[in-house]
Ligand binder design. Structure first.
Ligand code: NDP
Length: 314
């Protein structure tokens, strides 16, 4: 391993040790704004990082609604948490299915009245290792970007007003960083437009992902200047991160008491089905930053991107 790689690895390991220490510190009464009445929805929570986020939030005493696209799998996963004594409810939800999204929202309204936290975790990736197939590009973009966005849009009207504000946490990925050193969009002009909040718009994000999908269809995407690693997935997560910033800006002029804070984070490279159980951290560690963001009492943080509880650049 090169000296630089070695140093980066050491730095990351040190940070993970710091976080495992931080996780042992209980929240103080001043920080603990939530209770059993606080409702958190987690998408794709039947396994992997989503399940862990649900488990940890429930462990902090919130009521968690574990959602799963397969009803029976969701019920089984929820049962594990219920048997641990946690307040966990379960509902079917496929973020690609607008009717299921509506049915879920109706159920929420009837049973709980509203929601305080949404964790958009559901996602797909069909590549492993050095593969870079775009065979499922449309499904990847539809799920990770449009599915996440549609779910958020449906949820916002049922997010409850509160003094501390509601929260949306989107699980993104460093692979989708706009201005990372590697794996970024080559077109500096497009990067600038997507980075600058004055020029960033939903239409621009949609147009960017559509242009990628069109190039996939035309079989010219390889020379399109897209990220080189897990291209479809990286484009989808780039869109999720950009949308996070945009939405945070759009929601920022809400009056006090009706605020919704929106952030995204990269969980790291995690041992889950998505990575074929490769990865260098457990789902438990990977869930940490998401849970921390969901429970943050600092109300100034919105529209940011985090990894290992630290802000990183988009
Ligand atoms: P898993 O494959 O273990 O879990 C993905 C979850 O998303 C599953 O519950 C899956 O449901 C669900 N899901 C997929 N499509 C839909 C859909 N249309 N509607 C509802 N739920 C759906 O992956 P991870 O736990 O690793 O990934 C969780 C999140 O973390 C993803 O957004 C991923 O992109 C992100 N991430 C993961 C990294 C990693 O290294 N693992 C790195 C960076 C980001 P089902 O069980 O039915 O398939």
């Amino acid at each position: 391993m090169s000296g630089k790689k070695e140093r980066n690895k050491e730095r990351r390991e040190k940070r993970l040790q710091e976080i495992s220490l931080l996780r042992t510190l209980p929240y103080s009464d001043r920080q603990r704004w939530w209770s059993k009445e606080t409702i958190a929805v987690v998408t794709g929570a039947n396994r992997g990082i989503g399940f862990e986020i649900a488990r940890q939030l429930a462990g902090h005493g919130l009521t968690v609604i574990l959602t799963s696209r397969d009803t029976s799998v969701g019920i089984e996963a929820a049962k594990v948490l219920q048997e641990m004594g946690f307040n966990v409810d379960v509902h079917q939800l496929d973020i690609l299915d607008s009717e299921l999204i509506s049915a879920f929202i109706d159920w929420i309204k009837q049973k709980y009245g509203g929601v305080d936290i949404l964790v958009s975790n559901a996602g797909v990736n069909y590549n492993l290792g050095y593969d870079n197939s775009v065979e499922f590009a449309r499904r990847v973009i539809e799920t990770n970007y449009y599915g996440t966005k549609n779910m958020i849009k449906a949820m916002i009207p049922v997010m409850r007003p509160s003094a501390v504000g509601a929260r949306i946490v989107n699980v993104s990925s460093r692979l989708g960083r706009l201005n990372g050193r590697r794996n970024r969009i080559q077109d500096a002009n497009l990067r600038e437009k997507l980075t600058n909040l004055e020029t960033l718009s939903e239409e621009l994000i949609d147009r960017t992902v559509s242009s990628f999908l069109q190039q996939v269809e035309d079989e010219i995407w390889q020379s399109g200047g897209w990220p080189q690693t897990f291209t479809d997935y990286s484009v989808s997560k780039l869109a999720v991160s950009a949308y996070t910033r945009l939405l945070a800006k759009e929601l920022s002029d809400r009056p006090q008491g009706e605020k919704i804070y929106v952030n995204c984070y990269c969980p790291g490279w995690v041992k889950t089905a998505m990575t074929g159980w490769q990865g260098n951290i457990s789902p438990e560690v990977a869930a940490d930053t998401g849970v921390w963001l969901a429970l943050l009492s600092d109300q100034t943080i919105t529209g940011k991107f985090f990894a290992e509880r630290r802000e990183i650049n988009f």
